[in-house]
Design a protein around this ligand. Structure first.
Ligand SMILES: Nc1ncnc2c1ncn2[C@@H]1O[C@H](COP(=O)(O)OP(=O)(O)OP(=O)(O)O)[C@@H](O)[C@H]1O
Ligand SMILES: [Mg+2]
Length: 249
C-alpha cells in the first residue's frame, strides 16, 4: 500500500487537531502539493439552514483547503449529532458504523492526492465503533502520526502516554505540535513541558502554533493559517519525515 499521508491525533478532544490539520494542509498547498483532507467521522454535528447535519470541523477544513460545499461528504463521510465519542453517538442515534466504508473513504482520499491528512476524533484510544479505536484506523491506513498537544499543565502526562500507546501498537509517531502557544506568557511551565516531552519520548517538537483571534473552528474563521504554519511549524521537516516513513511501506 503506497501512499503519502499523515494522521493527526491529539492528547485529548478540543486540543487543536482541526486547526493544525487545516494549517498543515494550507501550508502544503502553498508548496504546490495536491493536498487531501478527511475527518472520517465527526460527532456533535449541527443542523445547517437546509436541515443537513454538518460538522464544524468539515466546514473549517473545506475553507482551509479552498474547497466548496460539494466536497463536504468526501471530507466528512459520517456526521453524528450527539456530542459523544462516535461509538456511543452512533448507538444513541440508532446508526451502525460501517468501518469498512470509513476505511475506504480514507483510502480513496489518500489515493486521489499527493499528500493526504486524516484528522482523528478525540484522542488515540477514542472508540469509533464498539472496540474499534482511532488507533485501529491508524493501523489499517498505515500512516505516520503527529500528536497535537497543549502547552499547559498536565500536558506531559497526556503527551507521553499517547506516544507510548502509539508505539506499543506498532505505529510511527513523527513528533508533536504544541497548539495555542503564547510566546508573551510562556514561562518555566511551558518551556519545561516541552523539554520533558522531548526527553521522555525522544521525539521532536515539530512546531509551536500560536493562539490567534483570527482563527475559530465554530465560526469557520481560518485567519492566516498558511502564513502561521509556515512561520511556526517545521513544514520542511514534516514533509521529509512523512516522505521517509511512507517510503518504508
Ligand atoms: N491556535 C488557535 N488559535 C485560536 N483558537 C484555537 C486555536 N487552536 C484551537 N482553537 C480553538 O479551540 C477549539 C478546539 O480546537 P479544534 O477544534 O481544532 O480541536 P480538535 O482537537 O479538532 O477538537 P475535536 O476533538 O472536537 O475534533 C476550537 O474552538 C478552535 O477554534
Ligand atoms: Mg476537530
Amino acid at each position: 500500500m503506497l501512499h503519502k499521508g499523515l494522521f493527526i491525533t491529539a492528547t485529548d478532544t478540543e486540543v487543536g487537531k482541526t486547526v493544525i490539520t487545516g494549517a498543515l494542509a494550507a501550508a502544503f498547498k502553498q508548496r504546490g502539493l495536491q493536498v487531501g483532507v478527511i475527518k472520517p467521522v465527526a460527532s456533535g454535528g449541527v443542523r445547517n439552514n437546509n436541515g443537513q447535519l454538518v460538522a464544524e470541523d468539515a466546514t473549517f477544513l473545506l475553507k482551509a483547503t479552498g474547497l466548496d460545499e460539494t466536497h463536504r461528504k468526501v471530507i466528512n463521510p459520517l456526521c453524528l449529532a450527539p456530542a459523544l465519542t462516535p461509538a456511543v453517538a452512533a448507538v444513541e442515534s440508532g446508526i451502525t458504523i460501517d468501518i469498512d466504508h470509513l476505511e475506504s473513504c480514507c483510502q480513496n482520499m489518500l489515493n486521489s492526492c499527493e499528500l493526504g491528512l486524516v484528522e482523528g476524533v478525540g484522542g488515540i484510544t477514542a472508540p469509533i465503533w464498539a472496540d474499534y479505536l482511532v488507533a485501529d484506523l491508524m493501523k489499517t491506513l498505515a500512516l505516520p502520526i503527529i500528536i497535537v498537544a497543549r502547552p499547559n499543565l498536565g500536558t506531559i502526562n497526556h503527551a507521553v502516554l499517547t506516544a507510548h500507546y502509539a508505539r506499543q501498537r506498532g505505529l510511527t509517531v513523527l513528533g508533536f505540535i504544541i497548539n495555542s502557544w503564547q510566546d508573551e506568557t510562556c514561562g518555566v511551565l511551558e518551556q519545561s513541558n516541552l523539554d520533558y516531552i522531548k526527553r521522555l519520548t525522544g521525539l521532536p517538537i515539530l512546531g509551536k502554533f500560536p493562539h490567534s483571534n483570527k482563527i475559530s473552528v465554530p465560526q469557520a474563521k481560518i485567519g492566516n493559517l498558511a502564513e502561521l504554519a509556515n512561520h511556526h511549524l517545521a513544514i520542511d521537516q514534516i514533509l521529509r519525515l512523512t516522505e521517509e516513513d511512507n517510503s518504508h511501506e
